[in-house]
Design a protein around this ligand. Structure first.
Ligand SMILES: Cc1cc2nc3c(=O)[nH]c(=O)nc-3n(C[C@H](O)[C@H](O)[C@H](O)COP(=O)(O)O)c2cc1C
Ligand code: SF4
Length: 452
């Protein structure tokens, strides 16, 4: 196995009982990254983050330093919105980060605000995460009292306020423009992009940077150790380390920080350091490599490195960092229904293909698993999917405002095309469809994966 010996970056305090307190944070290098940032002009801090090639960890993987540069020059006030809404099935890395090391996140927030000239930061945290809310609230109070947040931070002329906002538990509010709508007090529904790219027109119509909790939590290390040191870790398309939440049929589910590009899916699932192998000594049937919206992977993908480029080429994504493992006993028709039901329930209803289509997909699958399905239902699943995401390709095309609609298509195409005989057994007939499917990971062992 090729497990890296690189030191963790964002999970260093997780094993400490008091890692969430200011006292422990300060005795373990806390707020040194902020001090290092304040010694330089803001532009140099942006350059440091660009040198790190830090990709956003919220799912889309956009470079943080480049995104910061999209704020139109001279337009103020500007805001930072921290995306802590994490709700995708199997995804729970940001929750652990907020519970175990809230000061690291706050320090990252302060560094970003200083670098981009942001006047105020809003921490939007999912409503159900009670412990994370509590720990962040306590940490904010500690940081205000100690002079890390507020007016003239650490004696400088840099001032910023940080507000904690509780979400109400809607998955769609994780989408950045829906999150902004929600913060403004409206119903959480995505806006059209263009024109509403948050960096240009965001919160209250002002330039707004939306960054994920894990993205920002990397900043203290980058400022303390240098962007080049961060960029030296990982692989060409993915620098540094990344948190992966491993769940499903493994012996040791958990969140693990690994170096990009060196560690493979096999390491993550089978190593005793991480998932510990499939429980009950069973075989692997499938795994989802990057959250519920990602096309599924199989045995032949196990030796792929955890790297955005390699995973994208094979037809899926690292997405939200959630690896969900299914063993050989898994009923994939039921698994598929469970995932589609999630997307159907969480659809905000703003656009027709998603509102109606995800509902139809869920109803057809329910009818199939309840024994009422007919052979034509299988073609109908692909037909409806094709209407939501034309060509059933990867990366997906969409007829919808946001990517939630196409997310429901990934489990359908994955399960139905790879395990079509299991669907056919449910409905007592063969799949006959003229819909052309173009996703590289969809279908019976169509992908050749180069050895790593
Ligand atoms: C349906 C949907 C749900 C999303 N949920 C989250 C989420 O819970 N947390 C998150 O950080 N990003 C989520 N995103 C991605 C955000 O829109 C956005 O890209 C991200 O917060 C940007 O931060 P980053 O650049 O640091 O990754 C979601 C996107 C979509 C389409
Ligand atoms: S794709 Fe679905 S969730 Fe996204 S805006 Fe349209 S209806 Fe809402």
């Amino acid at each position: 196995m090729t497990i890296t010996d690189a030191k963790p970056i964002v999970s260093t305090r997780w094993a400490l009982d008091d890692g969430h307190t200011l006292d422990r944070y300060l005795t373990t290098g806390g707020y040194e990254g902020l001090r290092a940032a304040l010694r330089r002009p803001p532009g140099q801090v942006v350059e440091e983050v660009k040198a790190a090639s830090l990709l956003g960890r919220g799912g889309a993987g956009f470079p943080a330093g480049v995104k910061w540069g999209f704020c139109p020059p001279g337009v103020f006030p500007r805001y930072l919105v921290v995306n802590g809404d994490e709700s995708e099935p199997g995804t729970y890395k940001d929750r652990i980060l907020m519970e175990r090391d809230p000061h690291q996140l706050i320090e990252g927030v302060l560094i970003a605000c200083y670098a981009v000239g942001l006047a105020q930061a809003f921490l939007y945290v999912r409503g159900e995460m009670a412990l994370a809310q509590e720990r962040i609230a306590t940490a904010l109070n500690e940081a205000y009292a100690a002079g890390y947040i507020g007016r003239n931070i650490l004696g400088s002329d840099f001032s910023v306020d940080v507000v904690l906002h509780w979400g109400a538990g809607a998955y769609i509010v994780g989408e950045e423009t829906a999150l902004i709508e929600s913060l403004e007090g409206s119903r959480g529904m995505p806006r059209l992009k263009p024109p509403y790219f948050p960096a240009a027109i965001g919160l209250y119509g002002q330039p707004t940077i939306v960054n994920n909790v894990e993205t920002l939590s990397n900043l203290p290390w980058i400022l303390s150790n240098g962007g080049a040191a961060f960029g030296a870790l990982g692989a060409e398309t993915s620098r540094g380390t990344r948190l992966f939440a491993v769940s499903g049929h493994v012996k040791k589910p958990g969140v693990f920080e690994v170096e990009f590009g060196v560690t493979t899916f096999r390491d993550l699932i089978e190593s005793q350091l991480y998932g510990g192998g499939i429980r009950g000594g069973k075989d692997l049937k499938a795994f989802i490599p990057g959250g519920a919206s990602a096309p599924w992977f199989y045995e032949e993908h196990l030796d792929l490195p955890l790297e955005a480029g390699a995973v994208g080429k094979a037809g899926s994504m690292l997405g939200s960092g959630a690896v969900v493992v299914m063993d050989s006993d898994t009923d994939v028709v039921k698994a598929c229904h469970r995932l589609v039901r999630f997307f159907s329930r969480e659809s905000c209803g703003k656009c027709t293909p998603c509102r109606e289509g995800t509902g139809w997909l869920e109803k057809i699958l329910r009818r199939i698993i309840e024994g009422q399905g007919r052979p034509s239902d299988l073609a109908m699943l692909l037909d409806v999917s094709d209407n939501i995401s034309p060509g059933i390709a990867w990366p997906p095309r969409q007829t919808t405002i946001c990517p939630l609609g196409p997310s429901a298509v990934s489990p359908i195409a994955s399960a139905l095309l790879r395990f079509r005989e299991e669907f056919e057994a449910y409905v007592g007939g063969a799949l006959e469809s003229s819909v052309e499917v173009r996703g590289a990971a969809y279908g019976p062992k169509r992908v050749e994966v180069a050895a790593t």
